[in-house]
Design a protein around this ligand. Structure first.
Ligand code: NDP
Length: 454
């Protein structure tokens, strides 16, 4: 691709832009030397082009991409994106392939969509927005209706950068390109699946957002359900956006809370004061900006069933939490044991376990083999491979799709609605206090009473 794409970033002075988007753009341009970008940054600040140039240079340098700055044509436009005349003036200067990235708070994005009209948008313009997409199924549906009046669905990018993570994409190769796994990928051979993304990080000053979201909405509703969808989907004929997104969305449509009982299928907890990696953390409720009466959880776990012929009866347990010591980040696929082990072979013959670890990316397979000392006694052996970080950071992968106008790794509108539909019974049960809000010491592995996710 040699023609410059115009990337308009609304909210260019914000945290997401400087910490994630611009470094990812630098990395992408460093790897793909024929790509050129015209960057228009828009915000309410009284900045000049030179101010934006400085921001871009610093962000690119942080990604070892300082050399790519010269391939970006940089302009700053002071804009209030909730005002139709501001938007219209900015967009009338955009031509060619245009991507509009809304790196602004969700309420501002919604207000901007209401101010936009189809006539203002350049032909083929793509609209890119961040999570959270709505605050429940009904609001996601109404936001989708607003978007549908502006552009076709294939020009809407609901970003979920977990879809750009190399481990998520590794699932595709592992599942569909190995005769060893492909025929076994169903309830016939798989006993359970765990998808865990725990973090050492605490609130990091983001109480304004997080205290209204919590771990269930922040991580499970968006990221981990998308990973579940890739893991459990039927084989798409192609990895084009139509086939891929139809397959992942079909999984979400079939997914429901285990046993239709959110009170027994979910758990929640929040951290108390402790030490994480040598750093003291206050109790979550004492963090600046937190309202303890919201009962926001910092650790959430829920079990789901994908009710279709391939997966019925297999528990998928998703978990994510903050301020945890030695945090697990992995997809764990547990296979059923064999039906019979020959008499004379002793020891445990648990099913094989396939793990995809996230960051550093690694895959491992635990098998039962004959023991070294006593060949008739089974021993567990682990085969493993380090996969590295993947060439592109997850955000660069997402940005590459945005600049190419390819929405394969973006969440489709109905999938966004489904992921709210899936977790809403859990949130309702939590509001009714049917599930206790447990506590765990920051830096521990979670509440002592919780068994490890299987
Ligand atoms: P910030 O608050 O840091 O930045 C938002 C930017 O938008 C600010 O520069 C703000 O300017 C600007 N803005 C607000 N209103 C307007 C307006 N009417 N017209 C023009 N600009 C406006 O937010 P983040 O960067 O953290 O987040 C942006 C989006 O990304 C949110 O939807 C968030 O949920 C999402 N997200 C963020 C992540 C992160 O790590 N930061 C991770 C994943 C998603 P001003 O200062 O003048 O208000």
């Amino acid at each position: 691709m040699t023609d410059a794409t115009t990337l308009v970033i609304f909210g260019v002075s914000g945290d997401l832009t400087s910490r994630l988007l611009l470094p990812a753009l630098g990395q992408l341009l460093t790897l793909e030397t024929s790509r050129r970008v015209r960057l228009i940054g828009a915000d309410r600040e009284d900045w000049s082009d030179a101010d934006l140039q400085t921001l871009v240079s610093t962000a690119f340098a942080s990604a070892d991409a300082a050399g790519a700055v010269s391939r970006v044509d940089i302009t700053y436009r002071k804009t209030d994106i909730t005002r139709a005349d501001d938007l219209s003036a900015l967009l009338s200067d955009c031509s060619g392939q245009v991507a509009l990235y809304f790196a602004v708070p969700p309420a501002v994005t919604t207000a901007a969509f209401q101010a936009l009209t189809p006539e203002m948008l350049p032909e083929g313009a793509v609209l890119v927005m961040e999570k959270p997409f709505g605050v429940d199924e009904a609001s996601a549906r109404s936001l989708n209706r607003v978007l549908a009046r502006l552009v076709p669905e294939s020009q809407v990018f609901r970003v979920d950068h977990f879809l750009g993570r190399s481990t998520t994409l590794n699932l595709l190769g592992a599942r569909f390109a190995n005769r060893l796994l492909e025929p076994l990928w169903s309830a016939e051979s798989i006993e359970s699946v765990g998808i865990v993304y725990d973090e050492k990080l605490g609130l990091e000053g983001r109480a304004g957002y997080y205290d209204n979201a919590g771990a269930m909405v922040d991580m499970i509703q968006s990221h981990l359900l998308q990973v579940l969808a890739v893991l459990a989907m039927e084989e798409p004929a192609t990895l084009g956006e139509v086939d891929f997104r139809a397959a992942t969305t079909a999984v979400l449509r079939a997914t429901t809370v285990w046993g239709d009982d959110p009170a027994t299928a979910s758990r929640r907890a929040r951290y108390t004061a402790g030490t994480v990696a040598g750093v003291e953390k206050p109790s979550y409720v004492d963090e600046p900006g937190v309202d303890p009466s919201r009962n926001t959880e910092t650790l959430a776990e829920a079990t789901f069933e994908v009710r279709n012929a391939r997966w019925a009866g297999v528990p998928f347990t998703l978990r994510s939490g903050k301020a945890l010591g030695d945090p697990a980040r992995e997809i764990v696929v547990r296979f059923r044991p064999v039906r019979h082990v020959p008499t004379g072979l002793t020891g445990s013959a648990d099913g094989a376990v396939l793990r995809f670890s996230l960051g550093p990316d690694r895959i491992s397979l635990e098998l039962n083999l004959n023991g070294a000392d006593d060949p008739f006694e089974l021993e567990r052996a682990t085969l493993s491979a380090d996969l590295g970080q993947g060439t592109l950071r997850a955000y660069a992968e997402v940005l590459s799709g945005v600049l190419d106008g390819d929405p394969t790794l973006a969440v489709r509108g109905d999938a966004a609605e489904q992921s709210w539909r899936i977790i809403e019974p859990i949130l309702a049960a939590w509001r009714r206090d049917e599930v206790p809000l447990d506590e765990y010491v920051a830096g521990s592995a979670g509440p002592a009473s919780w068994a490890a996710v299987r």
